[in-house]
Design a protein around this ligand. Structure first.
Ligand code: TPP
Length: 560
């Protein structure tokens, strides 16, 4: 069958089971957009390419399949860069299609030409500049395979305008054959036996789980290992929900804003079973002091992660679900009674004592706790980046995987709201909350139009502290309260902005209004923007200063 390049692309997406794409048109993708007319694909028009890619990212994290993005050449493509890096850092499968200037103009500084394959090299799993129409079907097939297998990640296809027009034979390959790319799935049996022996021998083991558990769907295996071996579980930000927060074996999140139980347990453990984590500096604190007494078993699909930051005793490269299944088959209950008694004496949660500050201002942590209570923890939550993100991690109790969508590795302000759009598109029946800050929300506020236009009934809760809270906190703690450009002098009225876009806006200023407002927002069928005027001086505690041992907490009291 002879098809134009743009038609091939659409046909291939349909063959890959894609039903939704996120994007923004322009000169170099006019032909591609024209071909959408004859397709069954749903296209969500964002208001900025960054919004489109974060939405695709949120969609992919929740749907568990690749998100697809279209953008034009030049500024369209460069507007995607933050979103590509964000997906790369958090191992999110994306297939990104950018238009490029016609092949005969490439390299001439043509109008809207940007070398996006060059620019994106360090932040993609792979990228392609298509030069021959005969290669297009194979390239698309490979792109989907690469994005979604092994360690997932973003793959970019740059498709020149003339190739979108050019006709070629379309036969979509059934299989891929990429020399040098064969992710190891099973895990070495000898290493698995060694791991089982080490677990059996350990007296104070912990499981440190991350986003890899969610990506590979290994949560039930991890739960069985924990329960069978009587091993406490610690989850990083990316792993939250991969083990139920209500389980007595759960110790909380580790690291800079982790619980005492999680950090002390890591520092005193004799064995760390690290599953789908990458030992980020926000987790380890000062590396030389991190878990110095522990042997480490590290299971990950990506061999590059093993031994990258810490010395590993038993490395296992493989798909977590498969490896943990094999491990389980051999595991017997361990002797950890004394250890469990010990970890149970440490704080596993971050307590919240009051709903309001002395001045009667709303406490943001309390709002987040109420969102969790009122939705019975069942809402899907997307956050932005800053204090509100850490408070969400601490106070929303995630019971299931894929309940939290947050920018972990890159820490991208402006991610949360567009990501929530993608989450709601993937799960139209679910209640979706976007918990944002007044700084982050203003970074992609234009997506209010996308939300309203697509009738996405997202409930946005802005923890409005009239400042860049996390920056202000660091200036307070580490720069002797010299607040340099972190306080907003003239904050906008978010309720009025919501109203202007056609969403319901609410301003909540008194602590006693919080619960009523949340109930009211949940009664509204459409989208709601809740502007919670919270205490601007609230800090995220517990806290470990950067590059300090994670047992060295800054606060003395154990909570706010
Ligand atoms: C794109 C981007 N720019 C800058 C930063 C640095 N940064 C981290 S947290 C933060 C403040 C976030 O403020 P806000 O969204 O209001 O949330 P809050 O901390 O007040 O809860 C800043 C500026 C970032 N993470 N991302």
């Amino acid at each position: 069958m002879k098809l134009k390049g743009s038609e091939m692309l659409i046909a291939a997406l349909e063959k890959e089971g894609i039903d939704t794409v996120f994007g923004y048109p322009g000169g170099a993708v006019l032909t591609l957009y024209d071909s959408l007319h004859q397709s069954s694909l749903k296209h969500i028009l964002a208001r900025h390419e960054q919004g489109a890619i974060h939405a695709a990212d949120g969609y992919a994290r929740i749907a568990g399949k690749p998100g697809v993005v279209f953008a034009t050449s030049g500024p369209g493509a460069t507007n995607l860069v933050t979103g590509i890096a964000n997906a790369h850092m958090d191992s999110v499968p994306l297939v990104i299609i950018t238009g490029q200037v016609p092949t005969f103009l490439i390299g001439t500084d043509a109008f809207q030409e940007a070398d996006i394959t060059g620019i994106s090299i360090p932040i993609v799993k792979h990228n392609y500049l298509v030069k021959d129409i005969r290669e297009l079907p194979r390239i698309i097939k490979e792109a989907f395979h690469l994005a979604s297998t092994g360690r997932p990640g973003p793959v970019l296809i740059d498709l020149p305008k003339d190739l979108q027009e050019q006709k070629g034979e379309f036969v979509y390959p059934e299989e891929v054959d990429i020399p040098g790319y064969k992710p190891n799935l099973e895990g070495h049996p000898g290493q698995i036996t060694r791991a089982v022996k080490a677990i059996q021998k350990a007296r104070s083991p912990v499981i440190l789980g991350g986003g890899g558990i969610v990506r590979s769907g290994a949560n039930s295996e991890i739960k069985q290992i924990a329960q069978q071996g009587k091993i406490p579980v610690i989850l990083t930000l990316m792993g939250l929900g991969a083990f139920p927060a209500s389980d007595p074996l759960y110790l909380g999140m580790p690291g800079m804003h982790g619980t005492r139980a999680a950090n002390y347990a890591l520092m005193e453990a004799d064995l760390i079973i690290a599953v789908g984590v990458r030992f980020d500096d926000r987790v380890t604190g000062k590396l030389e002091s991190f878990a110095s007494q522990a042997k480490v078993i590290h299971i990950d699909i990506d061999p590059v992660e093993i031994g990258k930051n810490i010395v590993v005793d038993i490395p296992i490269v493989g798909d977590l679900k498969r490896v943990t299944k094999s491990l389980l088959a051999k595991l017997k209950p361990g002797d950890t009674i004394n250890w469990i008694e010990k970890v149970n004496q440490w704080d596993k949660t971050v307590p919240i004592k009051e709903s309001a500050s002395k001045e009667g201002r709303i406490k943001p942590q309390w709002v987040i706790k109420k969102i969790c209570e009122i939705t019975e923890g069942k809402a899907l939550v997307a956050t932005d980046v800053g204090q509100h993100q850490m408070w969400t991690a601490q106070h929303y109790r995630f019971e299931k995987p894929r309940g939290l969508v947050t920018s972990g590795g890159l820490g991208t302000m402006g991610f949360g709201f567009p990501a929530a759009l993608g989450v709601q598109v993937a799960c139209p029946q679910d209640t979706v909350f976007c918990i944002s800050g007044d700084g982050s929300f203003q970074m992609n506020i234009q997506e209010l139009a996308t939300m309203v236009g697509n009738r996405l009934p997202i409930k946005i809760a802005i923890m409005n502290n009239r400042c860049l809270g996390m920056v202000r906190q660091w200036q307070e703690l580490f720069y002797q309260k010299r607040y340099s450009h972190s306080i907003f002098e003239d904050p906008p009225d978010f309720a009025k902005i919501a109203d202007a876009y056609g969403a319901k806006g609410m301003k909540i200023e008194e602590p006693e209004e919080v619960e009523k407002a949340l109930h009211e927002a949940l009664q509204v069928e459409g989208p709601v923007v809740m502007d919670f005027r919270v205490d601007p001086w609230e800090n995220v505690f517990p806290m470990v200063a950067p590059n300090q041992p994670i047992s060295k907490f800054m606060d003395k009291g154990g909570g706010q």
